[in-house]
Design a protein around this ligand. Sequence first.
Ligand SMILES: C[S@@+](CC[C@H](N)C(=O)[O-])C[C@H]1O[C@@H](n2cnc3c(N)ncnc32)[C@H](O)[C@@H]1O
Length: 294
Amino acid sequence: MICDYEGSDYKTRFWQNADRAYEDAAERVALRRLLPPRGRRIVEFGAGFGRLADLYTGYEQIVLMDYSRTMLEQAMQRWGDDPRFIFVAADVYHLPFADGVFDAATMIRVIHHIAKVPEALAQIRRVIAPAGVFALEFANKRHIKSVARYLLRRQAWNPFDLHPVEFVKLNFDFHPAWMLDQLRQAGFVTRRKLSVSYLRAGFIKRRVPVEWMVYADALLQRTAWLGLWAPSVFTQNYPAGSRQSSRDGLSLAGDAIFRSPRSGQPLRREGDFLVCDTDGTRWPAQGNFYDFKM
Ligand SMILES: C[S@@+](CC[C@H](N)C(=O)[O-])C[C@H]1O[C@@H](n2cnc3c(N)ncnc32)[C@H](O)[C@@H]1O
């Protein structure tokens, strides 16, 4: 089951017409802290309309991947003329990439739509290079407000319970200990954690200039050692047990980075398609747009 954003007005409704300048800026601070500014090839899983793509322009190749074609169309309006960008419609449960092709990856505001977290993380782990980095944001069920609501009996679910809570269909909040354990089981070592967006509240936004809020957030982000109590948690993860930097996947270029999402087998170009001789699938691939939706 996939949370389908096809045709969604997410960009205008959630960001442009809503008071979320603070959240956007705080997330940028966090991502800059966790992501090497330069590298060979970066991917954002669930990139949406490319809100954060300007943070990736130090990379030689930038892959914006999303399940929704219309979100990617919006991203292409902004970034489509830059030859470093490619746009990939695909499902994070069935990634159409060869092993180890990315030296950096991000997933922000997406895993809260993922019902089968172990399956998604296993796919992501597979496509990250041995010395690559994966910055993951997740929504924290044990944040200050939910704890207060629970203690005041205004919220039925227990924020200290380890299991994910699905508060709306295909919208999950996660306990930090649970998510960190999922990352470990998927083969990642989490090196850094940041508590982001502590000040996400209307009464603060109405009284405090956004620049001050972002300044304060940048300080609060570093309090993760006191426990993760913010609504959003950013993590920096590396493949476990691999200090060597094999360039096998990274050295692939052009269409060679892709695999059939159905069988994982190589593809060859045939006009405006990538074709898999093993499983018989054909995937549209025109210019810088690749469509692997199954
Ligand atoms: C809340 S938006 C976040 C977009 C962007 N990361 C941002 O922070 O602005 C969630 C995005 O995840 C995408 N998404 C949800 N489930 C997905 C899946 N299974 N595979 C790929 N993308 C998915 C949606 O299409 C949507 O664009």
